[in-house]
Design a protein around this ligand. Structure first.
Ligand code: COA
Ligand code: ZN
Length: 305
């Protein structure tokens, strides 16, 4: 990974769709994933293996995996898992990369996974051992790495210890998630810069929600701190049903446009990304769509006239 290369993982088909009133069919979910891939997004979180009672929109994720496989889908995919059962289901569905969730607070660990922080850590260590044998990559995402809606501010030391522990244990990446969109750029810099100095940028990523319109500012602060991996969501889809107040992720539309204009390489074709964004909006009826589309369309019209 060069300093100008930024790797985006679109988490819209998971983080975005899990919070929609309208539940998409397996076929619609596959159509959305393919449209995002067609725009050149290098990695896509296509769903989660969680309790269908807890998150009905993510039921049948194994069918999304099998449908994509049948169609010879080549873009790397990721499945989110909350526990060992999720790992087993993801492995059986043919997932090659899983995102296991760790927590910066006890309140969120209990609400989201019905486990203590220590229990999620122990399960993740077990999953890392199995995943090595199974040839599956593991991304450890630290939820509420900045602020928890139940427990308040997350201590920086809690997060830095988790990052060190799980990189040492063999996680392929560790992602810092601002689950409810409570971080500000100063906090992002204070957390990310020392982590990049200590561990390098290769295995670190950030996941921001745009609840308070600070999403892109936080991306920029992380970028300046050396982070080169970001999660974002097509058309800004999303929110978290278990985290009160959270809105969608930073829109892939906006982060891709900003990075391109700043000279970073993302491999993303903005015109095709806008088509995927249109599809996300048409399928859900609620995706906000980011800010890039109106600008890009206006710009293209001006160029043509
Ligand atoms: N996938 C599918 N089903 C699962 C599962 C998984 N990963 N983990 C547990 N289950 C099932 C159990 O088999 C059980 O099924 P049953 O009622 O038919 O017997 C049921 O879910 C409840 O299991 P239990 O262990 O008692 O868990 P719980 O009710 O305390 O729920 C979670 C815990 C983690 C399974 C549930 O809260 C969940 O899936 N949350 C998803 C959180 C999420 O997606 N957050 C967003 C990403 S951060
Ligand atoms: Zn999220």
């Amino acid at each position: 990974m060069t300093a100008r290369r930024v790797v985006i993982t679109d988490v819209g088909p998971r983080d975005g769709l899990q919070n929609q009133q309208k539940i998409l069919s397996v076929e619609q979910r596959i159509e959305l994933v393919k449209a995002i891939a067609a725009a050149g997004v290098p990695q896509i979180e296509v769903g989660s293996f969680v309790s269908p009672k807890a998150v009905p929109a993510m039921a049948s994720t194994e069918q999304v995996f099998s449908g994509l496989r049948c169609d010879g889908f080549a873009t790397p995919t990721v499945a989110l898992i909350p526990n060992m059962k999720g790992y087993e289901l993801a492995r059986d569905a043919g997932a090659k990369t899983v995102t296991m969730v760790l927590y910066g607070s006890e309140g969120m660990a209990q609400k989201n996974a019905s486990m203590s922080m220590a229990e999620t850590e122990a399960v993740t260590l077990d999953i890392l051992v199995l995943a090595k044998e199974d040839g599956i990559k593991v991304i450890a995402t630290i939820a509420v790495a900045f602020t928890c809606p139940f427990d308040g501010s997350t201590a920086q030391s809690t997060v830095t210890q988790l990052v060190a522990k799980f990189l040492e244990a063999g996680a392929d990446q560790v992602v810092l998630a601002d689950t409810i969109g409570a971080a500000n750029p100063q906090q992002v810099r204070e957390l990310c810069a020392p982590l990049v100095r200590r561990h390098g940028a290769e295995k670190l990523g950030c996941h921001f929600h745009d609840t308070r319109a600070m999403g892109l500012a936080n991306v920029y602060a992380a970028l300046e701190s050396g982070i080169r991996r970001f999660d974002s969501s097509i058309a800004g889809l999303g929110g978290c049903p278990f985290a009160p107040g959270a809105s969608g992720n930073v829109a892939t539309d906006d982060i891709a446009m900003m990075l391109q204009q700043m000279g970073y390489e993302t491999g993303i074709d903005l015109n095709k990304l806008m088509q995927a964004s249109d599809l996300a909006q048409a399928l859900t009826g609620t995706a906000p769509g980011g800010r890039a589309k109106a600008w890009l369309q206006g710009h293209l019209i001006k160029q043509a006239s």
